[in-house]
Structure formats: structure tokens, C-alpha cells
Design a binder for this molecule. Structure first.
Ligand code: PMP
Length: 418
């Protein structure tokens, strides 16, 4: 008998299926706006100049070997990554309450974050999967729900996006936060919300944080785009730092896929903020000991290459400055493309808009993605008639747009809207 006879066929991942469709398309002006990976103005993958430099230094270093890293990861990386998100002068770092561990990029950080809470989040002890609820924004990164489900949590939507205004549904979001049971766990996108590109303003973050504090909610920050939103690493960490300043219980997942262009190297980190340092109850040392066990069970030791690159950049003042410039280059090109696309739709083509605020969302939204407001049939027309590959929810990756194709993309949007 076939011992796998009952294995059902699973659907292909929609984003990667889209890329396959794009690759098989022979149309000359085809455009891929599906996957969230940065492209330069020629539509090519971008190796950051500072990363090139780091690789040369590593290649010349004869002393490097291929031994296992410590379970927590490369020390130079692990000791620096928390400072990037929390700030070097963060009270949490000064008080030795931050516990960081190297992970398999942002995906691995989310996975460990969920798994750690599943085991140790006090309000959940003794509860069943159905009661271990992690609230996620509606919509959110497609993989969040799958990851949390896989570690024994139950993801439930909270209102976030308002399709009418193509913006933040703030009143509904705040009301949901107020009505949720005390000590609920909420996933928050630290900046550059995926897929909507809609972020709260600082004032709105303050309102959100005030309710977290009042209700003792736990903030599960996913930070996959630090630097990508505004072009400034500190600016994009503002929400996280504000929550830390309010002493709201939290963790932060970091990814260096986008901001260092290290997608395939799988370098990221999970940072827990403990209430206290040391090895007493709730102390950083205890949390750290459990993270090490988690890592050991899952991958034993994390990979070296990406950690060496990022560790070098974070610890060398000149390279760090160069990295900041590289991040600005990427964010700046995306912001310029937003402005150009907006201008073409509004002023040149006078394209009918999907909502009452015209096409302002194209320039207002932040980070890699724009939620265009196109309906599923309009998205389908973009792909089938325009050969512009995008997901059916209306999301486009701004990184796929460049001087060479922005006019063509605008024309396709125009046709789809008429
Ligand atoms: N979180 C969000 C919100 C993301 O958009 C992504 C990347 N698409 C990730 C996490 C994780 O990506 P990676 O594992 O490549 O770092």
C-alpha cells in the first residue's frame, strides 16, 4: 500500500506562482510587481555597495573557518542587532533586559516569537490552542497566519485597513484594542505595513500605545522593513521605541532581507524585552535559556554568512554610514516612483480613481508596497491584458517600477480603471 496515498495536493504559493507566470510570459513589456524584492532602476536585483565591500573583506580573511556558530548566533551580530531597532541608548538595553537570538530571517523570528509565547506567555498557561489567540491586522502578510497556526496559536483578524479611504481604519482598530480581553497579544507591523503600505502616524501610534498600556496588551512587533519606509533607520524604529519607553511588554522580529538586500542569506533576529535583567522570575537570562532550547530543537545553529556581513556593517562606523546611504538610495527610488506614478495617473492620464481621495494613497503609503485599490477583476485585467503581474488583492510592489516601465504601468492601470 502507498503510505502517502491520502496526502492532499496543496495549492501553490500565490506569490511564487505569479513569478512563474511572469517568467513564462514572452511579452516584451511584461512587468513583475508581485514579489516584494527591491530592484534597481534597470529592474535588476540590487547588491548593496556596502554588502559588496563586506563580502570582499570576508573573502580576503584567511582566518575565517566554517565551524558552527554558537546556538544564539554570531556574537558580533547578536550583540548589535538589538541596538539597531531599540537604539543604542534604549533603556531596555541599558537595563540589560533585551534578549536577542539570530534567526532564519524574519520568517524564523516570527516562528520563534510565536513558539516562545505559546510555551511561556503567562496568561496562556494551561490554555488550549483556541484560546491562544494572536490578533493580526486585516489584511496582513500572507504567511503570518500559517506561521502562527503551525506553532499552536490561533490567529484572529483585527480591523486595520479601510477599503473606502484606502487608509487606516483607526477608530475601529482602537475600539477593537479597547474591547479585547486584557493581556491580549497583537501583531503589529513596526513600519511599512505589508500588504497595505498604510502606517499609523506618530500621534496615532501614541493613541494605540496608550491602550496597550491601559489593557496590558502584548505587542508582537514584526519589523521586516526598517529603513525601507522613510529611508531612515531610526525614524522607522520610532513606534517600537515608543512602546519600549511606555514599558509595554513586547518582542520584535527583525529581518535583514530587504534593508540589506540579503533575501537569500536568511539573516534576522528575535528580540525579547524582559521585565528585568538577571535570572530571577521573568528575567532576561531565563528567557534567553529558553530561546536557546528553541533554536537547538529547530536548527541547532544558525548560518554564518549573512550574520558575518550584517555583523560587520553594524559594528564598523564607516560601513554603518555607508549602509545608511544605501538604504536611503533604495527608499528614495521607491518614493520617487510613487510620485511619478501618481503624477501620470492624476495629471497626464486623468485616470478614474478607486476611492474618494483620488490617487493620493499612492504617495501617502509607505514602504515596498502600494495597495492600489484595484478590484480583483481589475487586477486580473492588469495581468492578462497588460502582462503586469500583481496579486489579486490590488497590491503592487513599487520596487518593480522604474523609469523604463512606469509609463507603461500607468497606462495599464488607466485601462483597467476605465
Ligand atoms: N514579515 C513581513 C511583514 C514581511 O513582509 C516579510 C517578507 N515578505 C517577512 C516578515 C519575512 O521575510 P524574510 O523571512 O524573508 O525575512
Amino acid at each position: 500500500t502507498d503510505v502517502f496515498a491520502s496526502t492532499p495536493q496543496a495549492p501553490a504559493d500565490p506569490i511564487f506562482a505569479l513569478t512563474a507566470g511572469y517568467q513564462a510570459d514572452s511579452f516584451k513589456q511584461k512587468v513583475n510587481l508581485g514579489v516584494g524584492a527591491y530592484r534597481d532602476n534597470n529592474g535588476k536585483p540590487f547588491v548593496l555597495p556596502v554588502v559588496r565591500k563586506a563580502k570582499q573583506i570576508l573573502a580576503a580573511d584567511e582566518s575565517l573557518d566554517h565551524e558552527y556558530l554558537p546556538i544564539a548566533g554570531l556574537p558580533a551580530f547578536v550583540s548589535a542587532t538589538g541596538k539597531l531597532i531599540f537604539g543604542a541608548d534604549s533603556p531596555a538595553i541599558k537595563e540589560e533586559r533585551v534578549v536577542s537570538i539570530q534567526t532564519i530571517s524574519g520568517t524564523g523570528a516570527n516562528h520563534y516569537g510565536g513558539a516562545f509565547l505559546e510555551r511561556f506567555y503567562e496568561p496562556w498557561l494551561g490554555k488550549s490552542k483556541e484560546d491562544k489567540v494572536i490578533y493580526v491586522s486585516n489584511p496582513t502578510w500572507a504567511n503570518h497566519k500559517a506561521i502562527f497556526n503551525s506553532v499552536g496559536l490561533t490567529p484572529v483578524d483585527y480591523p486595520y485597513y479601510d477599503p473606502q479611504t484606502i487608509g487606516l481604519a483607526l477608530p475601529k482598530f482602537l475600539e477593537f484594542l479597547r474591547n479585547a480581553p486584557k493581556q491580549s497579544v497583537f501583531l503589529l507591523h513596526a513600519c511599512a505595513h505589508n500588504p497595505t503600505g498604510v502606517d499609523p502616524t506618530r500621534e496615532q501610534w501614541q493613541e494605540i500605545a496608550a491602550i496597550f498600556k491601559d489593557k496590558s496588551h502584548f505587542a508582537f512587533f514584526d519589523c521586516a522593513y526598517q529603513g525601507f519606509a522613510s529611508g531612515d533607520l531610526d525614524n522607522d524604529a520610532w513606534a517600537v521605541r515608543h512602546f519600549v519607553s511606555q514599558r509595554i511588554p513586547l518582542l520584535v522580529c527583525q529581518s535583514y532581507a530587504k534593508n540589506a538586500g540579503l533575501y537569500g542569506e536568511r539573516i534576522g533576529a528575535l528580540n525579547l524585552v524582559a521585565s528585568t535583567s538577571g535570572d530571577g522570575p521573568g528575567g532576561a537570562a531565563r528567557l534567553r535559556s529558553q530561546l536557546l532550547i528553541l533554536q537547538r530543537q529547530e536548527i541547532s545553529n544558525p548560518p554564518t554568512f549573512g550574520a558575518r556581513i550584517v555583523g560587520m556593517i553594524l559594528n564598523d562606523a564607516d560601513m554603518f554610514d555607508e549602509w545608511k546611504r544605501d538604504v536611503k538610495t533604495m527608499a528614495g527610488r521607491i518614493i520617487a516612483m510613487r510620485e511619478r506614478l501618481h503624477d501620470l495617473l492624476v495629471n497626464e492620464l486623468k485616470t478614474p480613481a478607486p476611492g474618494p481621495n483620488g490617487w493620493d494613497h499612492v504617495t501617502k503609503q509607505i514602504g515596498m508596497f502600494t495597495f492600489t485599490g484595484l478590484t480583483p477583476p481589475q487586477c486580473k485585467a492588469m495581468v492578462e491584458r497588460g502582462h503586469v503581474y500583481m496579486t489579486g488583492n490590488g497590491r503592487i510592489s513599487m520596487a518593480g517600477i522604474n523609469d523604463g516601465n512606469v509609463e507603461y504601468v500607468a497606462q495599464c492601470v488607466d485601462k483597467a480603471m476605465r
